[in-house]
Design a protein around this ligand. Structure first.
Ligand code: ARG
Length: 574
C-alpha cells in the first residue's frame, strides 16, 4: 500500500481544510527541512505560492492562513518566513514514528511513499555496459555499467519490472580480423583461460599485420563476408569467441555485483536491420544518395535537410540501423513503458537521430531515454591505460589492501581480500557518482580511497562501525524502547535527516542522477558519526542503551539500503 509520510499527511490535512485544496495536492509541496548544525528546529516547510497562485494578495492569504493554523496532536509549532510556512512536530512523536517506520519497512523505507506514485508502475528496460568484444573495456564502459546498474536497482526498488540488457558490440570488422588471424596469432588454451585478454591481444596483432600486409586485410574482409552470409564454419568460430567472452564478462560483473537478464548485441540485429531498410523504403523515408548510400532526412520542419546514414553504398547496415532494429524489436517483444540507454555523451547525436527515426516510423519514442555521462580523465592502473575492467577492480582491491595493512586493520576481518574488494568498489562508485553525470572529471586513486571526506571508504567505515556497535545489542530490537531517551539534538537532527529520504529517492527517480543519494548518504554518515560520539551506548543505563541501539540500527538500515541502490555491498567489519 502506498502511504504518505505520517507527518506530511497530517500537515496536508490541516492545511487542506483551510485553503480548499485537496490534501493529496498539498502533500507534494511539503518538504522536510535539511538538518544542519545551525538548524532551525523546524521539520517541514510548505511553499504555497504554486498552490495559492501569484495574485497580488498572496502575502495576505498566507498571513491569514498562518493565523488559522493550530497545534494539534502532530504539529507543535508553526512559523512563517518569507511566504513559506514551517512546521515543527512533537518531538516524542518524531522519534517514535521515524524509528517505527524504518523498523517496519526495512530496506523498503522511503519506497512506500506517496511521493513516488508516478514512478512505481510499468516495465523498464535498462541497457548498460555494452562493451565491444575484442576491444578495450574502457572507463566509459565502466561508467555505463555502474550507472546503469544504479538506475536498474532504483527502478526495481520503486516497483518497476526491470529488464537489464547488455548490448554487446559483437559484430563488425574486428571479427573479420580475429577470424582471419586467430590461426596465426591465437592460442586455444589462452582463449579458454582468459578470453577477453587473449582476443584483445590477437586483435591488436592482426590489426598490426593488416596495416602492413594487404593479404591479411583481404582475408579479414573475406572472413567478414563469410560471417555476413552465414557460413557455418565462420559462424561457429564467432560463436566460440562470443560465448567465452560473455563467460569472462559475467565473472567480472559478478565481482562488481552486476547482473544482466539478457546479453543481446549488434549481431542479433544484423538480419533484422535489413528488414529495417525495407521498412524505411516502404514508408518512403529512405533516400539514396548519388554515391549509393541510404539516408534518412531528419529535418523537422522547413529547415535545411539533415541526413542520417542507415546504409553503406555496398548495401550493408550501420550501428544506427541496428539500433533502430533493436529498439523496434524490444518494443514488440517487451512492450516496455520506458527504455533507458546509458552511454557517454559522445553518442548524444546518435540517440537523438535514433529517436527521430523511430518517430518517423510512427513509433512512440517518447518512452526512450538516453542517460549520458561525461569523460573520466587520468584513470590509470599499474599496467597503464585501462584496457580491462578486471584491471581496474584488481587495482582498487590491491590499493585498498595496502591501505588496510598500513592502518593495521587487515586483521579485522576473516577475509581481508574480499573486504578490500568491496571497499575498493565503493570507492570507485562514489568517486564516479558524486558529481553530475554529464560532467567530465579527473580520476584520482588517492582521493577516492581516502577514509575521511566524502568517499566510499568513509561510507563503508561508517557502516562497519554501526554494525560493530550493534553486536552489543542482545535483544536485536525485539522490544520497544522509551522515546524520551532519544531527545538529544544529535538524535533529532539525524531523524530529521531520515525524514527526507523519500524526497531524495523521488529526485533520483525523476532525474536518474545518483548524486542526490550520494550527498544524502554522506550527510547521514556524518550525522551518524556525531551521534556515535555523543550518544554513548557503553556505560548508559540499559533503558538508554536500548533506545540508542534502536536509533543506530535505524541509521544502519537506511545507510545499507542506500549503498546497495548505488551498487555497493556494505561491509560489516573493516
Ligand atoms: N558498444 C557501444 C560502444 O562501446 C555502446 C552501445 C550502446 N548501446 C546502443 N544501443 N547503441 O560504444
Amino acid at each position: 500500500m502506498v502511504m504518505a509520510c505520517f507527518f506530511r499527511r497530517a500537515i496536508a490535512e490541516q492545511v487542506s481544510r483551510l485553503v480548499d485544496v485537496p490534501s493529496e495536492k498539498i502533500l507534494h509541496h511539503i518538504h522536510a527541512i535539511p538538518a544542519s548544525r545551525k538548524r532551525s528546529s523546524n521539520d517541514f516547510q510548505l511553499h504555497l505560492r504554486s498552490l495559492l497562485g501569484d495574485a497580488g494578495n498572496y502575502e495576505e492569504k498566507v498571513q491569514n492562513l498562518a493565523h488559522k493554523l493550530v497545534s494539534d496532536s502532530v504539529v507543535n509549532e508553526f512559523g512563517l518566513s518569507r511566504g513559506v510556512l514551517t512546521f515543527k512536530v512533537h518531538r516524542p512523536l518524531l522519534v517514535e514514528k521515524v524509528v517505527a517506520k524504518i523498523r517496519q519497512d526495512g530496506a523498503r523505507y522511503g519506497f512506500n511513499s506517496a511521493l513516488l506514485s508516478d514512478f512505481t508502475k510499468g516495465l523498464a528496460l535498462v541497457e548498460y555496459s555494452s562493451p565491444n568484444i575484442a576491444k578495450k573495456f574502457h572507463v566509459g564502459h565502466l561508467r555505463s555499467t555502474i550507472i546503469g546498474n544504479f538506475i536498474a536497482n532504483l527502478k526495481a526498488a520503486a516497483g518497476n519490472e526491470v529488464i537489464r540488457v547488455n548490448y554487446l558490440g559483437d559484430w563488425g570488422l574486428q571479427f573479420g580480423l580475429l577470424g582471419a588471424g586467430f590461426s596465426r596469432f591465437g592460442c586455444e588454451e589462452k582463449l579458454q583461460s582468459n578470453a577477453l585478454q587473449h582476443l584483445f591481444e590477437v586483435y591488436v596483432k592482426v590489426n598490426e599485420a593488416a596495416e602492413k600486409d594487404e593479404e591479411m586485410k583481404r582475408s579479414a574482409r573475406e572472413f567478414m563476408r563469410e560471417l555476413e552470409s552465414g557460413n557455418p564454419q565462420a559462424i561457429s568460430l564467432w560463436t566460440h569467441f562470443r560465448g567465452l567472452s560473455i563467460e569472462e564478462y559475467a565473472k567480472v560483473y559478478k565481482r562488481l555485483g552486476v547482473q544482466f537478464d539478457e546479453y543481446s548485441g549488434e549481431s542479433f540485429y544484423r538480419e533484422k536491420s535489413q528488414d529495417i531498410l525495407n521498412l524505411l523504403r516502404s514508408e518512403n523515408i529512405l533516400q539514396i544518395t548519388k554515391d549509393g548510400k541510404g539516408v534518412v532526412d531528419l529535418k523537422e520542419n522547413g529547415d535545411m535537410p539533415v541526413y542520417a546514414t542507415v546504409m553503406r553504398s555496398d548495401g550493408t547496415t550501420l550501428y544506427l540501423t541496428r539500433d533502430i532494429a533493436a529498439a523496434i524489436d524490444r518494443m514488440e517483444k517487451y512492450n516496455f513503458d520506458k527504455m533507458v540507454y546509458v552511454t557517454d555523451k559522445s553518442q548524444e547525436a546518435h540517440f537523438q537521430n535514433l529517436f527521430k527515426i523511430l518517430k518517423k516510423l510512427g513509433k512512440d519514442a517518447n518512452r526512450c531515454h538516453h542517460v549520458m555521462f561525461g569523460r573520466v580523465k587520468g584513470m590509470q592502473t599499474r599496467k597503464g591505460e585501462v584496457v580491462f575492467l578486471e584491471d581496474v577492480l584488481d587495482e582498487a582491491r590491491a590499493r585498498m589492501l595496502h591501505n588496510m595493512a598500513k592502518a593495521g586493520t587487515s586483521k579485522a576481518t576473516e577475509d581481508p581480500v574480499d573486504t578490500a574488494e568491496k571497499i575498493g568498489i565503493a570507492a570507485l562508485i562514489i568517486q564516479d557518482f558524486k558529481g553530475p553525470l554529464q560532467a567530465d572529471y579527473r580520476f584520482n586513486w588517492d582521493e577516492a580511497l581516502q577514509s575521511v571526506g566524502d568517499t566510499g571508504v568513509f561510507l563503508q567505515y561508517t557502516h562497519a562501525r554501526l554494525q560493530s556497535l550493534l553486536t552489543m545489542w542482545s535483544t536485536r530490537g525485539e522490544e520497544d524502547f522509551n522515546v524520551s531517551c532519544l531527545q538529544e539534538p544529535s538524535a533529532i537532527a539525524t531523524l530529521q535527516h531520515l525524514l527526507r529520504y523519500d524526497e531524495v529517492i523521488y529526485k533520483s527517480l525523476k532525474e536518474l542522477q545518483p548524486k542526490y543519494l550520494v550527498a544524502y548518504l554522506m550527510g547521514l554518515g556524518h550525522l551518524a558519526n556525531v551521534a556515535h560520539h555523543s550518544l554513548q551506548v557503553k556505560g548508559s543505563t540499559p533503558e538508554v542503551a536500548h533506545a540508542r541501539l534502536h536509533f543506530f540500527n535505524t541509521i544502519r538500515v537506511v545507510l545499507a539500503s542506500g549503498m546497495q541502490l548505488l551498487g555497493i555491498t556494505p561491509v560489516d567489519k573493516m
